[in-house]
Design a protein around this ligand. Structure first.
Ligand code: F6P
Length: 548
């Protein structure tokens, strides 16, 4: 038996679940007029309404008891203190140090990391200022107008998501491009849009060994040198962000043009570090600092608020309720804002790469579900695509509806429509529509008899489908920082409950290893390697199609 399933609270919650599983949220709302007020909270500029969940006071008490029995208080302290909670890689997980605005010392191996954090932030600030002000000039003495970030996964998604989300705060002269795919198409199409004289390439890779990134960076460098006809010009147009100085130098980028971060920053938690350089270049130092401030507000709240009033803990434990008790293994991220269109992809990596695990800290296999499948799309588009399944399909998939109260677009008339849809969806998912309600509606439309009765079952919505509504006062750097940090900590809490390491990602390695051999075969450097018949046939087919 695993630790989690041995805990008294785990069993007590099963007893409670058996009593409570069929409760309908309609009844819960009817019987408690203060439910919305009691089941909501505000942290900085972020408001969470979690009242439309299949929970009662007893469910919450049981879930918080489970969090305590699973050792959450000590694990939170361990993370903030810089203990090596990433046990399989013997590293701390200290993204909180990157936005530690109080500057209180945080020790890793006896050394306070804050001076290093502050020094890189200040270098980034100076560089960003030089580029943004037009002081930093390209090889033909022109200011930079285009930034091309080359990176993948955590070295792409965070900056891409934040730069998209905060476009109204972006520098008007600056165009941002993100190249992650090694297919060649993404880089080719990007290079068509930019000019070597005015483009800055930011090559981002924690390890600086990632094949996709190095291949794209090399091609971009060749493209640049072929046009600039001067190797020396590279220094004005290529900078690197990495933990690996040697690999950066070997690649041909001057370490003076490198911005450093450290092995205690996980890739998917790194947008607060030098990996956020594209964010700072686009939004400026002040706005980047605001992003850090917003995350810090959430960090302080997470570290200090009692679990019952703790936003990340509530989000996590309500998630546990569905994943482990109801057996709902999927979770939808539905931002109602085009600026947030990359948020689902960002949270997908954050959650699934962190908690998509089946081995506990002690090496034993889990005997319960772990990370849900995270998916999503902007909510309004989702409504006209996959929400049908969420309303009437057979899966129960909790949904996070995310939006801002103030209009991001400043176009009149749009925001009311958008928010009306957010609130209506949350209500519809909760209430559903009974057969009687469907019948009355059809009668009002003039239907009668058999025709009416034939339609009724199709018009019924069971409801009782859970949503969290997350409202930002407005979509700005501070509130976005708080939102991202809330998800980071939610994911951490769930990892603690499951006794897994949320900070490694060994699961991505096998494919990488095998691809190396197959690449050698496809490139004609290796005649053949042992493979199953399917893989062999696929390789052969590729070779035939590409034979000269
Ligand atoms: O392969 C997965 C992964 O290691 C992610 O965890 C990481 O964010 C991404 O690749 C990129 O890695 P790097 O920053 O080292 O290039």
């Amino acid at each position: 038996m695993s630790k989690l399933t041995q805990l008294p609270a785990w069993h007590a919650l099963w007893d409670h679940f058996n009593d409570a599983k069929n409760l309908h949220m309609r009844e819960l709302f009817d019987s408690d007029p203060a439910r919305a007020e009691r089941y909501s909270l505000e942290v900085g500029g972020l408001f969470l309404d979690y009242s439309k969940n299949r929970i009662t006071d007893a469910s919450l008490q049981g879930l918080m008891q489970l969090a305590r029995e699973a050792g959450l208080p000590a694990r939170i302290k361990a993370m903030f203190k810089g203990e090596k909670i990433n046990s399989t890689e013997h590293r701390a997980a200290l993204h909180v140090a990157l936005r530690n605005r109080t500057n209180s010392p945080i020790l890793v191996d006896g050394e306070d990391v804050m001076p290093k954090v502050n020094s890189v932030l200040s270098r980034m600030g100076k560089f960003a200022h030089a580029v943004r002000s037009g002081e930093w000039l390209g090889y033909t003495h022109q200011p930079i107008t285009d930034i091309v970030n080359i990176g993948i996964g955590g070295s792409d998604l965070g900056s891409l998501m934040v730069c998209s989300a905060l476009k109204p705060f972006g520098h008007p002269r600056m165009n941002m491009y993100f190249v992650s795919n090694v297919d060649g198409a993404q880089l080719k199409e990007t290079l068509k849009k930019v000019h070597p004289e005015t483009t800055l390439f930011v090559v981002e890779s924690k390890t600086f060994t990632t094949q996709e990134t190095l291949t794209n960076a090399l091609t971009a460098r060749d493209w640049f040198v072929a046009r600039a006809r001067d190797e020396k010009a590279v220094a004005k147009h290529f900078v690197a962000v990495s933990t690996n100085k040697k690999a950066v130098a070997d690649f041909g980028i001057d370490p003076a043009n490198m911005f450093e971060f450290w092995d205690w920053v996980g890739g998917r938690y790194s947008l607060w570090s030098a990996i956020g350089l594209p964010i700072m270049l686009y939004l400026g130092e002040e706005n980047f600092t605001e992003l850090l401030n917003g995350a810090h507000i959430m960090d302080q709240h997470f570290a200090n608020a009692p679990f019952e009033q703790n936003m990340p803990v509530l989000l996590a434990m309500i998630g546990i309720w569905y994943i482990n008790y109801y057996g709902g293994g999927s979770h939808v991220i539905a931002p109602y804002d085009q600026y947030l269109h990359r948020l689902p992809a960002f949270i997908q990596q954050l959650d699934m790469e962190s908690n998509g695990k089946q081995t506990m800290l002690d090496g034993a296999p889990v005997d319960f579900e772990t990370a849900p499948i995270i998916w999503g799309e902007t909510g309004i588009n989702g409504q006209h695509a996959f929400f049908q399944l969420l309303h009437q399909g057979t899966h129960i998939s909790p949904i996070d509806l995310i939006c801002s109260l103030q209009n991001s677009s400043s176009l009149p008339g749009h925001h009311e429509i958008l928010l009306a849809n957010v609130f209506a969806q949350a209500e519809a998912f909760m209430r559903g529509k009974t057969a009687d309600e469907a019948r009355s509606e059809l009668e009002a439309q003039g239907l009668t008899g058999e025709a009416l009765e034939a339609l009724v079952p199709h018009k019924v919505f069971a409801g009782n489908r859970p949503t969290n509504t997350l409202l930002m006062d407005r979509l700005d750097p501070r509130n976005l920082g708080s939102l991202i940090a809330a998800y980071e900590h939610k994911i951490f809490v769930q990892g603690v409950i499951w006794h897994i390491n949320s900070f490694d990602q060994w699961g991505v390695e096998l494919g990488k290893q095998l691809a190396k051999t197959i690449h050698a075969e496809l490139a004609g450097k290796l005649k053949s390697a042992p493979h199953d018949s399917s893989t062999k046939a696929l390789i052969e087919r590729y070779r035939r199609a590409n034979a000269q």
